[in-house]
Design a protein around this ligand. Structure first.
Ligand code: NI
Length: 188
């Protein structure tokens, strides 16, 4: 297993549509294992294949629920998900994305959805997801169509998110040698 590089906002692959998975082979299982490890290391509750640079309709997810008698962790890999139905009722919660490190915005999503999907062996399932699980699945399914969570935000929040990502990118870029020289000569 290995942790893969997570593509950040601005990388054009995040805007592309991912392709349906046809081969349920060891390459797919390896990709899913790497994505789970990458997601846990981040850490995050969901990760879509395009976020690690692979245009396949696959995402991983893992949520730990606090309960009276301890915690329960559920998750796994979801292949070729298809949204069958979504509830009219909405939920609003803070949402982020591993491709937008450190950014969270309140976002309304359907409170439940019914999704047809395949597991890593190609077996078909239909699952009704709700609350946080619905939020995560719908967020990751968006990624497979090149849709990002900022697309659901009001214009002001979307502009704020893009501005902060631009600032992060500029801060990460190596400085020009001349600039370094200048900084070294500054007091403090
Ligand atoms: Ni995301």
């Amino acid at each position: 297993m290995s942790v893969r590089e997570i593509r950040l906002f601005g990388d054009p692959i995040l805007r592309q549509e991912a392709h349906e998975v046809g081969s349920f082979d060891r390459h797919l299982r390896r990709l899913a294992r790497d994505m789970l490890e990458t997601m846990r290391a981040a850490p995050g509750v969901g990760l879509a294949a395009p976020q690690v640079g692979v245009l396949k309709r696959l995402f991983t997810w893992e949520i730990t629920f606090e309960e009276e008698d301890g915690t329960t962790t559920t998750g796994g890999a979801v292949v070729n998900p298809v949204l069958l139905e979504r509830g009219d009722e909405e939920q609003t919660g803070e949402e982020g994305c591993l491709s937008f490190p450190g950014l969270f915005f309140p976002l309304a999503r359907p409170r439940w959805a019914r999704v047809r999907w395949q597991d890593l062996a190609g077996e078909e399932h239909t699952t009704e997801v709700e609350d946080l699980t619905a939020r995560v699945w719908l967020h990751e399914m968006d990624h497979l169509d090149g849709i990002l969570f900022i697309d659901h935000l009001a214009l002001h929040d979307r502009q704020e998110a893009m501005r902060r990502m631009r600032e992060q990118r500029l801060a990460d870029e190596p400085e020009e040698p001349g600039e370094n020289l200048l900084l070294r000569n500054l007091p403090g």
